[in-house]
Ligand binder design. Structure first.
Ligand code: ADP
Length: 159
């Protein structure tokens, strides 16, 4: 039984994140999507909203559970009995940071594997940050996020 966690800010969840959860859920027995409670980033959605969005986006995946967390990801992995930390890797944008995180994870918890899934081609250039910028400027983001997230973005950003 291999348990994995997929940590992130998910502000908000995009189709790129769902694609990673979908693919990881086929490999691991249980996948915990772990939503950072206290992110260093400036957030548009609070933790409850971000957890609810991902929960709905992953409702078709029975072995995926979504939860908030604070503190070190390796501590959460130990609490949940997870052997693997899953991350997504977009061409160029993520490599340096993810490499650093992988090495720091190894330093803190050598028994945990840090596994990066290559982003699918159609989501290579999709980030929550750019998505929010486009949504703020009233651009169409319908095909980039689940329908309930597109709705929430419209409601949150309407002025
Ligand atoms: P962070 O956790 O660094 O705050 P995010 O919450 O945006 O960043 O993303 C969580 C994880 O999902 C990270 O590993 C990130 O690289 C990955 N990710 C983000 N966007 C995509 C995408 N479009 N395709 C694949 N992976 C992605």
């Amino acid at each position: 039984m291999v348990i994995a966690i997929y940590p992130g800010t998910f502000d908000p969840v995009t189709n790129g994140h769902v694609d990673i959860a979908n693919r990881a859920s086929r490999i691991f027995d249980t996948l915990y999507v772990a939503v950072y409670d206290l992110s260093a980033k400036t957030l548009l959605f609070d933790t409850t909203e971000r957890v609810a969005f991902f929960t709905k986006a992953a409702e078709h995946l029975p072995n995926v559970k979504v939860m908030p967390y604070a503190g070190l990801t390796v501590d959460l992995a130990h609490r949940l009995g997870a052997a693997v930390i899953v991350r997504g890797l977009r061409a160029g944008a993520d490599f340096e940071y993810e490499f650093e995180m992988a090495l720091m994870t190894k330093h803190l918890a050598p028994e945990i594997e840090y596994v990066s899934f290559m982003s699918s081609l159609e989501y290579q250039f999709l980030s929550s940050t750019l998505l929010k910028e486009v949504a703020r400027l009233k651009g169409n983001v319908e095909s980039l996020v689940p329908a309930h997230v597109a709705r929430a973005l419209r409601e949150k950003l309407q002025t």
